[in-house]
Design a protein. Structure first.
Length: 264
């Protein structure tokens, strides 16, 4: 999983594969007013940070593992496209974690947050592009920018990524079903460019009709058993696994009572 803990990195008990919580490595700062839908999510009870996306006036999309075991009253959301701290901290009314979320395998790593007020900002639109192997994607997040300082970035970062061949992804994460087939998207092939700790829950976007639209939610990084890189973010043997949002329209409509059309 790709959350950041201010004091320590959360260890996943008895994982079925090697994984870490996710930061943007090799990226660049986002220019203001270009991507106004990315959220910074901070939980003061667990001292973790995550990223997310504004998907409707009062709704934030994020990863289930960002909220699992946390508390709504200690979690705040800030929507910003440049420097954190300039914008108000919004509070949470409630959140919905997918009922089939599995903390061990990170299956169905998706959740929505209902804010106590409507947030100002343009919401991200969900893409209906079918994701295939070897496709260009762009991730965003507030995670750490390198493996040596695991702290949140003070400016929103973005990085270009690419979906990896599904066969390669299955080697690192045997539960992977394939890009465009299963409920997850897998990236790799861009050593030095990656998401990492603190980027969990943030958007993975695809270009559709000239607009970057939401395709995935940053979930975790996976690497082969005995890897020399020990799964450091951006290593050439690490793949990134993202929840494939388009496969979860029913979850979005039932938890928010909005129509699927309103998210597109
Ligand atoms: C590592 O990340 C931290 C936090 O974002 C940043 O302050 C620092 O400049 C980065 N160091 C390098 C070498 O990029
Ligand atoms: C890595 O991301 C940077 C910043 O988005 C981009 O300029 C660069 O082309 C990417 N490199 C690869 C190999 O995709
Ligand atoms: C959605 O509608 C149902 C039935 O009217 C209601 O019980 C539920 O509270 C609503 N959920 C939200 C998030 O508004």
């Amino acid at each position: 999983m790709k959350t950041i803990t201010i004091f320590a990195i959360i260890a996943v008990s008895a994982p079925v594969f090697s994984q870490h919580l996710n930061r943007i490595i090799g990226g660049e700062s986002v220019r203001p007013n270009v991507y106004p839908s990315v959220a910074y999510i901070a939980d003061s009870s667990t001292s973790t940070i995550c990223s997310g996306s504004l998907i409707a006036g009062g709704w934030i999309l994020t990863a289930a593992h960002c909220l699992y075991g946390g508390s709504a009253k200690d979690t705040t959301v800030t929507i910003s496209d440049s420097v954190i701290g300039n914008n108000p901290k919004l509070s949470i009314e409630s959140y919905f974690i997918h009922k089939d979320y599995e903390p061990r395998s990170q299956k169905n790593d998706i959740a929505v947050i209902k804010l106590t007020q409507r947030a100002v900002g343009t919401h991200a639109k969900i893409s209906s592009v079918r994701i295939t192997d070897n496709m260009r994607l762009r991730a965003f997040g507030w995670g750490a920018r390198n493996n040596s300082e695991l702290v949140a970035s003070t400016s929103l970062q973005t990085v270009l990524l690419e979906t990896a061949p599904s066969s390669e992804c299955k080697k690192n994460y045997p539960l992977f079903e394939g890009n465009g087939i299963g409920n997850q998207i897998c990236t790799g092939k861009t050593p030095g460019n990656d998401t990492c700790l603190g980027d969990s829950g943030g958007p993975l976007m695809v270009l559709e009709d000239g607009t970057w639209k939401l395709a995935g939610i940053t979930s975790f990084g996976a690497w082969p058993e005995g890897s020399k890189s020990s799964g450091l973010c951006g290593s050439d043997d690490v793949v990134g696994i993202y929840t494939n949002v388009n496969k979860y329209m029913a979850f979005l409509t039932t938890s928010t009572n909005a129509t699927s059309q309103s998210f597109l």
